[in-house]
Design a binder for this molecule. Structure first.
Ligand SMILES: NC(=O)C1=CN([C@@H]2O[C@H](COP(=O)(O)OP(=O)(O)OC[C@H]3O[C@@H](n4cnc5c(N)ncnc54)[C@H](O)[C@@H]3O)[C@@H](O)[C@H]2O)[C@H](O)CC1
Ligand SMILES: [K+]
Length: 525
């Protein structure tokens, strides 16, 4: 599914009306009707059907007027508060206001604050509809809008937001002053960035996207970002059609581990097995090999020349190059250290290896010491999987605190260095060398614990080894990593779930997604 900025949506609106001749009134009627469909679906069971609709002065408010009319027609008791003077209401919104019983709407009178706002007991409503502000929000909420947000959020009642919760900036997810916390948001044509980036994602509640008649050609042409959800990932779930021989599901080579961080090495190797690799080889400092022999079963381990305290030595380079024979992908970084010898080893491998290369953790910090090595012109793909701290080191500058500001930065980095960049975080961003951006929908705060990144590295390397296009491997890897964590959190809660839990859940996550998304998939007992 595609995510767009607010201004892109407004441009699609404009072109729909001007180039396709679909009147705004039709779009507004469709928007209102779609909202009512979802109100009936989610709140139709309510005993009492008293709805309080708050409408702004623009077309978001106009959607609210349509909703009022349609719910009246279905027997709901409607209270409509218009947070503007009647004279301020224009165009399609005014036309829909005219269609309402004249005693229904209550307006803000003059410049005096809206006395009736406090006269209305929000707790008397069974449902509150927020039709105050949508994609036209352009400044911090103040005055009566701010009051309305406080009354809505303090009402303890179910809230449905029209298009986007008022106060959320549609193109960033930022809260402008204050914002409505919705249980359900009904948006039109496609999700906006403000729905999926935090804190907007948090306040959006359940997001339902409805078709209101925007021509598909406009949607296809619209600039936007791919949203990694079950629907968009479903086509990737079918394994590459190989003959089922272990040699046909790829052979991954991991270079990982150092004293005290043998767990990271085990996690990436075991995750690759769980993600479906045919064969996995794990190269580790010699002294750690007996430990990893125990911590891994399906993965083969290879002891590499190390220093006398269990850290990779530069002498490992030739042994690693020998190991590349017959492997489909190399991943380096989980659990390695930042010693100069290791940094040099990583950089030499990066310049030498002809395989697709996944670099994570201190492997990234090795690159950050001199970014010129990133101008490799490598013949095969390079995937970098930094968390925000590692990304800041790669940039040599602090990272913007908000995801919305990181998107363009990731795009620029991926295109200028010709790499696939996976910037981990709440809504992980995947940027490709062609400039395309994908934003992940899965995952939860329980993933903020050690080892989760090692598991993701294992998954992405595994999928590349299985023959996935690198971009698909990054997108599916990120999505199924988060989805597995969501399944674990559903069973165990978010506190205390481990990277091992997530890796163990991978086959089940894939199975459930296949069962839900592709009828032709094998139906398991
Ligand atoms: N295809 C679609 O998505 C359709 C969307 N529709 C709805 O139209 C709104 C956008 O309408 P618009 O009139 O452009 O803007 P708003 O109603 O969001 O805002 C109205 C108005 O409010 C003023 N304003 C901006 N910021 C503030 C603020 N902080 N405080 C007070 N007032 C503010 C500003 O002047 C705005 O113009 C979209 O969200 C959908 O709900 C169409 O109905 C159908 C097609
Ligand atoms: K709204």
């Amino acid at each position: 599914m595609k995510i767009v900025m607010s201004q892109t949506m407004q441009e699609m609106d404009r072109r729909t009306m001007e180039e396709y001749g679909i009147p705004g009134l039709v779009l507004m009627e469709n928007a209102g009707r779609c909202c009512v469909e979802e109100i009936i679906r989610h709140f139709g069971h309510l005993e009492e059907k008293r709805v309080l609709i708050l409408a702004g002065k623009g077309n978001n408010g106009g959607d609210g007027h349509v909703i009022a009319r349609l719910l009246l027609g279905q027997g709901w008791q409607v209270t409509l508060l218009v947070l503007a003077e009647q004279e301020q209401i224009r165009g399609d919104a005014a036309a829909n206001l005219e269609l309402l019983p004249h005693d229904l709407p209550r307006f803000r009178t003059g410049e005096a604050e809206f006395s009736s706002l406090h006269a209305v007991d929000f707790r008397q409503a069974d449902l509150i509809v927020d039709a105050m502000l949508g994609t036209g929000l352009n400044s911090d909420l103040g005055g009566v809008y701010r009051e309305a947000v406080q009354l809505i959020n303090g009402s303890g009642k179910p809230v449905m937001a029209v298009d986007i919760p008022s106060g959320i900036h549609g193109s960033s997810g930022r809260i402008l002053g204050s914002a409505v916390k919705a249980d359900l948001t009904v948006t039109f044509a496609c999700p906006k960035l403000g729905h999926v980036l935090y804190p907007g994602a948090e306040l959006t509640g359940r997001l339902v996207v409805k078709d209101i008649g925007i021509p598909p050609a406009l949607l296809e042409q619209a600039p936007g970002f791919q949203y990694l959800d079950e629907e968009s990932m479903a086509p990737l779930l079918q394994r590459r059609d190989r003959q089922g021989h272990k040699g046909n599901y790829g052979h991954c080579l991991f270079i990982a581990g150092s004293t005290g961080k043998s767990g990271a090495a085990a996690l990436c190797a075991n995750a690759a097995v769980r993600a479906g690799s045919g064969l996995v080889t794990l190269g580790v400092p010699e002294r750690l090999n007996p430990i990893l022999e125990v911590k891994t079963t399906e993965a083969m381990t290879v002891p590499l020349p190390d220093s006398d305290d269990g850290h990779l030595s530069g002498r490992a380079f030739h042994e690693i190059v020998r190991l590349l024979e017959g492997r489909d992908v190399l991943a380096i970084g989980p659990g390695i250290d930042r010693r100069p010898e290791t940094v040099e080893l990583v950089r030499n491998l990066a310049e030498t290896v002809e395989l697709p290369l996944v670099i994570d953790a201190d492997g990234l910090n090795a690159l950050a010491t001199d970014m010129s090595v990133l101008k490799w012109n490598r013949s095969t793909a390079t995937v970098l999987t930094p968390h925000p701290g590692e990304m800041a080191r790669l940039l040599g500058a602090p990272l913007p605190s908000e995801q919305a500001d990181r998107i363009e930065l990731c795009r620029d980095f991926a295109t200028s260095y010709d790499v696939y960049l996976v910037l981990k975080g709440a809504r992980t961003i995947i940027a490709s060398p062609d400039g395309s951006i994908a934003i992940n929908s899965s995952g939860n705060p329980g993933m903020a614990s050690g080892g989760m990144g090692d598991v993701l590295t294992g998954i992405i390397a595994s999928l590349i080894g299985q023959g996935y296009e690198v971009r698909d491997a990054c997108c599916l890897g990120v999505f199924i990593h988060g989805h597995s964590a969501d399944l674990v959190a559903r069973d165990k809660g978010e506190v205390g779930i481990t990277a091992t839990d997530v890796a163990e859940m991978l086959p089940y996550a894939r199975k459930k997604l296949m069962e839900r998304n592709s009828p032709s998939a094998i139906r398991y007992a």
